[in-house]
Design a protein around this ligand. Sequence first.
Ligand code: SF4
Length: 121
Amino acid sequence: MANNENQNSKITRRSFISSFATFIVAAPMLLSVRNLFAAKEVPPPPGLKPVEETNSIANAFGYKKDASKVDASKFNNYKAGNNCSNCRHYSPLNEGWGKCKMMMALGPVTAGGWCKNWAKK
Ligand code: SF4
C-alpha cells in the first residue's frame, strides 16, 4: 500500500516535471506567435509632432487616435470602419500617419484615427 502511494507520488512528480518542461519550451514560442499578430505601430514622420487628443481643437472635433475608441453615443455620424485613411480630408505621409486638412497646423493624424469631420473620399 505505502509502496503504491509512493509510486503514484512519483508519477505525479514526473508528470509535473514533464508539464513544466513543456511550458518552458512552449512559452517563448507562444509569445513569438503572438508578436507576429500584434499590430505594428508606425512612428510619426521624423520631425513632426502628432496631433494630441487633448489639443483643444482636436478635442472639439472629437478626434481619437484610434477610431475604435470613439464614443458612438456622442457622435452619431461615427460608423465602424470609418477612419482618417478613408476620409476625404486625409493625405498620407507614411503607412500610419497623414495630414488632415481640418487640422493641418496641428501636425499629422493617425491613419486609424477619426473625428466628427470625417467625410467619405
Ligand atoms: S477630418 Fe478626416 S482626416 Fe481629419 S481627423 Fe477627422 S477623420 Fe481624420
